[in-house]
Design a protein around this ligand. Structure first.
Ligand code: ATP
Ligand code: PRP
Ligand code: MG
Length: 210
């Protein structure tokens, strides 16, 4: 059984859950340069990969199970994945933000939206019936309104410190985000017992199971 973990902040929150479940990686994934880790359970190995790649590894069956943020799952579209458990970690909110008043936008053209979350942004503005031009970025979205690249951003907000530090304000909440366990649909059938055990382990660690 292969479990794909998102490196970065999700990994920091997932390792204690694994540890509580009695799973010990051969090396510390927070400091090691390895990408595949054997564990004390001979039937379980861990992959440590970019957060946005987890749904792809699981959808193709390169990993049976993965831990991924809802932000990333919504962008991926969730095809070929089951999402049986909300782990309640890496909580934040998907928001529209910008300089004060920016949501009014210029009347002369569609609102410019800078974001890493193109599908989420497209769906949100379609829902509210607003014509937008979306500019894809890969990080530091908060910079875009300051330098005039975009009117607003769609990005994750937790403490609000990044918005405040850059003179931006949050306008609209699009979604609440947390990390989920995702399972490959074929693995769910073929490795049912092992996956149910892993699910039960995580459910106990989140306080959501027996
Ligand atoms: P990638 O490597 O794919 O570009 P990233 O570098 O943004 O992703 P992280 O910042 O570790 O990786 O974010 C991983 C996940 O953690 C996100 O998909 C989201 O679900 C959650 N997350 C991101 N930022 C925050 C935050 N400020 N507070 C809480 N959770 C967050
Ligand atoms: C994330 C997110 C925001 C920030 C929000 O960025 O994209 O910029 O956290 O958190 P806050 O409200 O607590 O300030 P991250 O630190 O992951 O940087 P990144 O651009 O490298 O993903
Ligand atoms: Mg990040």
């Amino acid at each position: 059984m292969t479990l794909a973990l998102s490196k970065g902040r999700i990994l920091e929150d997932t390792l204690p859950m694994l540890s509580a479940a009695g799973v010990t990686p051969e090396e510390d994934p927070l400091t090691s340069r390895k990408l595949v880790f054997a564990t004390n359970d001979p039937g379980l190995r861990l992959l440590v990969i970019r957060a946005s790649d987890v749904p792809t590894f699981v959808a193709y069956g390169a990993a049976d199970v993965g831990v991924a943020g809802k932000d990333v799952l919504v962008e991926h579209g969730g095809r070929d994945l089951y999402e049986p458990l909300d782990l309640g970690i890496a909580r934040c909110r998907m928001m529209v933000a910008g300089l004060p008043g920016a949501l009014d936008g210029p009347a002369s053209r569609p609102l410019r939206v800078a974001t890493k979350y193109v599908e989420t942004a497209r769906a949100h503005f379609a829902r509210v019936g607003r014509q937008v031009e979306i500019i894809k970025l890969y990080g530091s979205m908060e910079l875009a309104p300051i330098v005039g690249l975009a009117d607003v951003i769609v990005d994750l907000v937790d403490t609000g410190n990044t918005l405040r530090a850059n003179g931006l304000e949050a306008f609209t909440e699009i979604d609440t985000i947390s990390s989920r366990l995702v399972v490959n649909k074929a693995s769910m059938k073929m490795k049912h017992a092992a996956i149910q055990r892993l699910l039960a382990t995580f459910a106990t660690a989140t306080g959501g199971g027996d």
